[in-house]
Design a protein around this ligand. Structure first.
Ligand code: ADP
Length: 225
């Protein structure tokens, strides 16, 4: 709660400051007003993301009980995720690709949760991928595991952060993510991912080389053939 209130305070302080600027006379200057209102809008969107992510995290953490599971074809879920994030990827000139083996990979899991997990991972990957690059969702199966990997070729994550990035509000590059209100994350995406995956009896971890890129691996129980 202390962290959450701290996170709320930053955009609220900005919005208050901008509103005061308007009240104190900037309203009379159309150009300044337009700039200040755009800044208010950016900060408001940030607050909205925070509220949404807090709600998702609360739902994910509300219980340790397994999520209702069914047999899910991973490629079908992946094909839902990519069009939804298409515009976001397009803005950054990043292509999205799904790589799946001929044999359908099926998990015994919760479709809605997998969709949220892949959405969060792909969104992160798009943010970190270099312009005109590609983000890949690669599916594969092992004996008892249905695996989804989300790969980017961005700046990577140093080994000392690999565990901590799954903590609530943890960000590797604190300063940067705070100031860029338009793209700044909430620091909650991976905490949501980890909880949902655990409630599907799965595992999630990052493999990365600094400067070369990152792969997030999600392992779920494979559905019996
Ligand atoms: P955020 O909302 O900040 O993205 P997340 O919980 O999704 O929060 O991620 C936590 C941190 O992990 C991010 O702030 C970022 O520093 C790092 N991170 C996540 N995904 C990637 C990635 N694909 N490449 C590099 N760093 C990443």
């Amino acid at each position: 709660v202390a962290n959450a209130s701290h996170e709320l305070r930053t955009p609220l302080t900005s919005i208050r400051g901008f509103a005061e600027t308007l009240v104190d006379g900037a309203l009379a200057e159309p150009e300044t007003s337009a700039r200040v209102l755009a800044a208010i809008l950016r900060q408001t969107k940030r607050l909205q993301r925070l509220a949404e992510d807090l709600a998702s995290l609360a739902r994910a953490e509300s219980s340790e009980e397994p999520l209702p599971a069914a047999t899910i074809a991973l490629a079908a879920v992946a094909r839902h995720v990519t069009p939804a994030l298409g515009p976001f990827a397009g803005e950054r000139g990043v292509r999205l690709r799904i790589e799946a083996p001929r044999r359908i990979v099926r998990a015994e899991a919760n479709a809605e949760a997998i969709e949220q997990v892949l959405t969060n991972l792909v969104e992160n990957a798009i943010k970190h991928e270099k312009p005109r690059g590609a983000v890949v969702i690669a599916l594969s199966a092992a004996l008892r595991i249905a695996r989804s990997e989300v790969r980017d070729r961005g700046r990577g994550i140093a080994p000392e952060h690999h565990q901590r990035i799954f903590e609530r509000f943890y960000r590797v590059d604190e300063g940067r993510s705070r100031t860029e209100a338009t793209t700044a994350g909430t620091g909650l995406g991976l905490a949501i991912v980890k909880h949902l995956v655990q409630r599907m009896d799965g595992k999630v971890y990052a493999e990365s080389r600094v400067g070369r890129g990152t792969t997030f691996v999600v392992e779920l129980p494979r559905a019996p053939a």
